[in-house]
Ligand binder design. Structure first.
Ligand code: HEM
Length: 136
């Protein structure tokens, strides 16, 4: 935890481990776009329900928050719950592994995509050759 001046205001940085520790029955902290939100008092008021917020507690809720397509009102509301920012050293840890796995998965499926038509074409060519050679 440390304070740093940014645009004249001091920003409180939290380590990932500290944020995870806040995840208890008493309090709920979530991370959206590297900002840390204390949504403990908001849980019951959240129109999307308290459960979805609890599920993200102590971790990165950026993807879920963006997927919902929250209104600008919701974003302004969220700004009132900011308690600080994720420590810059911990930001790389927030990268979801599924994102880096996305490309190999696409490559595997494109490989099978051309293999089946190629085998079918080879089979048809073979049949054609057999058929024409029998006629001669
Ligand atoms: C500080 C954080 C958050 C605030 C202030 C907030 C606020 C709101 C508000 C005001 C709405 C009403 C619709 C709108 O205005 O867009 C809403 C809807 C919703 N929120 Fe959040 N939200 C937060 C975080 C999250 C997170 C992390 C999730 C998902 C894990 C989530 C899931 C939803 C869902 C599913 C709805 C839709 C409810 C419906 O239309 O039936 N929200 N939220």
């Amino acid at each position: 935890m440390e304070d740093k001046a940014k645009n004249g205001q001091s920003v409180k940085y939290y380590r990932l481990s500290e944020i995870e520790e806040r995840n208890s029955f008493k309090s709920t902290w979530i991370i959206i776009n590297h900002k840390v939100f204390d949504v403990t008092k908001f849980l019951e008021e959240h129109p999307g329900g308290e459960e979805v917020l609890r599920e993200q507690a102590g971790g990165d809720a950026t993807e879920s928050f963006e997927d919902v397509g929250h209104s600008s009102d919701a974003r302004e509301m969220a700004a009132t719950f900011v308690v600080g920012e994720l420590h810059p050293d911990d930001r790389p840890k927030m990268v979801k592994p599924s994102e880096s796995l996305a490309n190999p998965v696409v490559e595997t499926s494109s490989w099978t995509n051309w293999l089946i038509p190629a085998l079918a074409a080879a089979f048809v060519t073979l049949l054609y050759r057999l058929y024409t050679s029998e006629e001669e």
